[in-house]
Write a protein that binds this ligand. Structure first.
Ligand code: HEM
Length: 159
């Protein structure tokens, strides 16, 4: 298989994975906002978001470096001299770590509290957790936008 073909296959997988993993992230605010109108029961909405983050966003998002590095190899890019790529890798590493260590546990806890409250359990004071989860969502969404811009624009020189 030629390097050219490996590049094209990797780029296709890379873009498909970005759509599958990060597309749903842009829908979460719509789902959360619909809670105000009562269109979707809160426990169901939060549990659905938790499952999408746990089983789609994070696992599929974790494949991005594999296809990305396959392209670095196929194009014989000098990683250390490619500023846009180093910046994107740093943003990616921070965002995926935050998603795993902070955001997923926060969403899981909110879903748990909503499910327990629905069963007549104690209503806990979760406002700080709600705020942190919202801010975390904004941070992660902005990271995705910044990474896509870096990948497409490649400031400092097209690879
Ligand atoms: C460690 C992680 C990553 C690495 C090493 C990486 C690497 C690369 C490389 C080498 C290319 C090919 C650039 C070229 O045309 O020469 C590329 C393209 C692309 N990457 Fe990434 N990437 C990573 C993560 C991501 C993430 C997280 C996203 C989405 C949020 C993303 C979105 C894209 C897109 C949309 C393109 C297509 C750009 C175009 O063809 O104009 N990448 N990436």
């Amino acid at each position: 298989m030629s390097r050219d073909l490996i590049f094209q296959l990797s780029l296709s997988l890379h873009i498909l994975a970005a759509i599958a993993a990060f597309g749903p992230v842009f829908i979460f605010p719509v789902v959360v906002n619909s809670l105000r109108t009562g269109a979707i029961p809160q426990p169901a909405a939060l549990e659905a978001i938790r499952r999408v983050v746990q089983y789609v966003v994070i696992p599929v998002g974790l494949t991005m470096p594999l296809t990305g590095l396959a392209m670095v190899w196929a194009k014989q890019l000098d990683l250390l001299r490619t500023g846009w790529l180093l910046a994107a890798i740093a943003l990616y590493a921070a965002a995926i770590a935050y998603a795993i260590v902070v955001q997923l546990p926060s969403v899981a806890r909110l879903a748990r509290v909503a499910i327990d409250a629905g069963k007549g359990g104690q209503a806990l004071h979760v406002e700080p957790l709600v705020q942190r989860t919202k801010l975390g969502g904004i941070y992660l969404t902005l990271s995705i936008v910044a990474i896509v811009l870096l990948m497409v624009v490649q400031p400092g020189g097209k690879s």
